[in-house]
Ligand binder design. Structure first.
Ligand code: NAP
Ligand code: MG
Length: 403
């Protein structure tokens, strides 16, 4: 069989620990035998980040901007324990944070549905995608513990020195206080990414905030979304047969629980953090989620939603068998290859991505799966495979589909 052709390289960002092991297995078994794989390789493994003073992460993000599509392996975000383990020069920042800051994007996370791993919410028939705003609010807050009676005010000093004041509270006793902010530019790019992704995936877009209570802060989010929608997207949505729908977050939660799924739910930073954990656990597991960072100017970075699965890696290092689920990492590759195929108008590459996903799902639906899924499946007598056997089983299915 002749290998499937690529014209533009994918930006390949390698990573750490167990996911780095899976990364190589996926390339060797599921990609290189079938695709004339073109990538521009960046090693974001912690050793290389340390050696290059994290310049490699910046270079990888810039390459993503240049070529448009990247696929990323899970990476370690260093903490104190990693400082000693890897003898680090500095506690390097989260690569995801660095990449997000350079691309200025929104993260979209959606469960991968398979028969045999049923959602806990009975009405959900299709995946629900969470779009989480990744800037500001409580994640960039300033807090104080108030020891006793006194006055707290919000003060804004304009560049010309003019002050605007607003009383927050006249404390009669001890309490707590918090200040937070957001930026119109960030909210606008969040809105644009959501509208663009809805068009790209042909799904309705929902957006919810608490604008009835937060009449300036949350209301600004609502207004910016509405303005951008009317100006640049309303007509495109009509042509694509999809809708944009704003509602209060309480109402959204109630509707989500009764829905069939199959839409994108855009959430402010905190809401998205919490709701994506709820959605992913209700659909099965983090290892069965796709995750893609979409920038407002149309760059894509595909990754798995989980981490580097450190516990399994230590077992692997001791020579023990692991049964680590590679589905999310496989779907990161298929997502990136499909997008590359769309941008370069390569039908065969797009079809290959579809078949790789079909083969992965078929393997699980035939009862062959990793341990994490075997524990929750409704299929009778699942066969538990180790990390390598699972990927090899997918290869068999894939070879059948490609004939
Ligand atoms: P994790 O890698 O997501 O794993 C936590 C636990 O979840 C695992 O021990 C395992 O449970 C289960 N699990 C996660 N993915 C799995 C998979 N594919 N197959 C089977 N089981 C899976 O989170 P962590 O251990 O807290 O973090 C490890 C490292 O990952 C940290 O250094 C962190 O900085 C990094 N991290 C990176 C990203 C990213 O790059 N996107 C995201 C999150 C965390 P059992 O042990 O019970 O089997
Ligand atoms: Mg969370």
């Amino acid at each position: 069989m002749e290998k499937i052709r690529m014209t533009t390289p994918l930006v390949e960002m390698d990573g750490d620990e167990m996911t780095r092991i899976l990364w190589k297995m996926i390339k060797d078994e599921l990609l290189l035998p079938f695709v004339d794989l073109k990538t521009e390789y960046y090693d974001l493994g912690l050793e290389k980040r340390n050696e290059t003073n994290d310049q490699i992460t910046v270079d990888a993000a810039n390459a993503n901007k240049k070529y448009g599509v990247a696929v990323k392996c899970a990476t370690i975000t260093p903490n104190a324990a990693r400082m000693t383990e890897y003898n680090l020069k500095e506690m390097w920042k989260s690569p995801n944070g660095t990449i997000r800051a350079i691309l200025d994007g929104t993260v979209f996370r959606a469960p991968i549905p398979v028969k045999g791993i049923e959602p806990n919410v009975k009405s959900w028939k299709k995946p629900i995608t969470i779009a989480r705003h990744a800037y500001g609010d409580v994640y960039k807050n300033t807090e104080m513990v108030i020891p006793g009676p006194g006055k707290a005010e919000l003060v804004f000093t304009a560049e010309d020195g003019t002050e605007t004041r607003e009383l927050i509270h006249q404390y009669k006793g001890a309490g707590v206080l918090q200040g937070m902010h957001n930026l119109n530019a960030s909210i606008e790019s969040f809105a644009r990414s959501c509208f663009a992704y809805a068009l790209d995936t042909k799904q309705d877009l929902w957006f919810s905030t608490k604008d009835t209570i937060s009449k300036k802060y949350d209301h600004t989010f609502k207004d910016i979304f509405q303005e951008i929608y009317e100006k640049d997207f309303q007509e495109k949505f009509r042509q694509a047969g999809i809708t944009y729908f704003y509602t209060l977050i309480d109402d959204a939660v109630a509707r989500v629980m009764k829905s069939e799924g199959g839409f994108i739910w855009a959430c402010k930073n905190y809401d998205g953090d919490v709701m994506s954990d709820m959605i992913s656990s209700a659909f099965g597991s983090l290892a069965m989620m796709t995750s893609v960072l979409v920038s407002p100017d149309g760059n894509y970075e595909y990754e798995a939603a989980h981490g580097t699965v450190q516990r399994h890696y230590y077992k692997h290092l001791k020579g023990e068998e692991t049964s680590t689920n590679s589905v999310a990492t496989i779907f990161a590759w298929s997502g990136a290859l499909r997008k590359r195929g769309e941008l370069d108008d390569l039908k065969e590459l797009q079809e290959f991505a579809d078949k790789l996903e079909q083969a992965t799902i078929a393997t699980i639906e035939k009862g062959k799966m990793t341990k994490d899924l075997a524990l929750i499946t409704s299929l009778p007598d699942p066969t538990v495979l180790n990390s390598q056997e699972f990927i090899q089983a997918i290869r068999k299915e894939l070879e059948g589909l490609l004939k």
